[in-house]
Write a protein that binds this ligand. Sequence first.
Ligand SMILES: *Cc1c(COP(=O)(O)O)cnc(C)c1O
Length: 366
Amino acid sequence: MSVRLARPDLLQFVPYSSARKETAAAGVMLNANESPWPPYAGGEGLNRYPQPQPAALTQRLAQIYAVDEDQLLVGRGSDETIDLLVRGFCRAERDAVLISPPTFGMYRVSAQLQGARLIEVPLRSEQDYAVDAAEIISRAQVEPVKLVFVCSPNNPTGQLANRDDVLRIADALRDRALVVVDEAYVEYARSASYSEALDGRDNLLVLRTLSKAFGLAAARIGCLLGERSIIAFLRGLMAPYPLPQPSVGAALQALDPALDAPRAAQIAATIEQRERLRTALQSHPLVQRIWPSDANFLCVRWNDSAAVARDLADRGIIVRDLSRYPGLDNCLRLSIGSRAENQTLLDALAAIASALAAPEAAEYNG
Ligand SMILES: *Cc1c(COP(=O)(O)O)cnc(C)c1O
């Protein structure tokens, strides 16, 4: 039972007992100091506190992610579940979080907020940002690492982690640390989720989100999948009513099985656009390097990323500057937009390149 790895001072933690947890519903509800009247406008039923883990949503998400309902925690985005993990498992100044930069920034932010130590084992940039499994295992065996975050596909570089490596890390650290695979972009990878590998691995956890492929970033719904005692423990640490009812309602509508086929087509279109953009940029005069991607973005190195970002911004196109990440100097992250948006981007890049090639620009460049 990997919940044994939790902060010892929290193992006897008594969760807040909310009115809605104690009694879900009744004909006359006088137990939560709510207004008996819905608001005058803006939302039927919003006068009542929501269920902490709404049954219909939990059921549907468990079905989509192929786990049991008690193996799944629904949070305000996966960001919240990352934070809960760090708070629940890492004692300040003693326990450590291991990350592999360049990677998603929230693991570091949550670790710092909690005062947890941070151990960095960089991705192997010379090998298309592969996870350094041997180094992760050896560092985690000598340091007080409680959580290992693996982002796959990795934000911001775009590659999947090697499956055997990840499972090897999880198995090697079985009694020492939790291995959390963040699959925010896995829908674009057409590769199996690590939820398939949860059976028999009680220190492996998976993060999923509705913010990317499901198009619900503003609803703030994300999930942690894993061993039941860990999920129950973290549910006890959450805020009493974490999920706003309008978000839950929107998610249930968006997750209607009738929409699975159109959504799959949309994801396929994004993948096709990603490859189209990648091919077009490979031979672009301003591009130095472009990495293969399993996500809905591309990581691209330019001759001068700051100039490209500025010229794109002048044309109303914003992209993410990655040059502050170690090892990603002169890199920009380009999210895959609609077909029309991607064409606007390509047209703008062509115009920027030809402006640079024009005589006055050549003179300007010395
Ligand atoms: C976008 C993203 C998330 C999603 O966070 P939410 O809080 O669910 O919106 C999680 N992990 C990574 C790596 C991301 O890029």
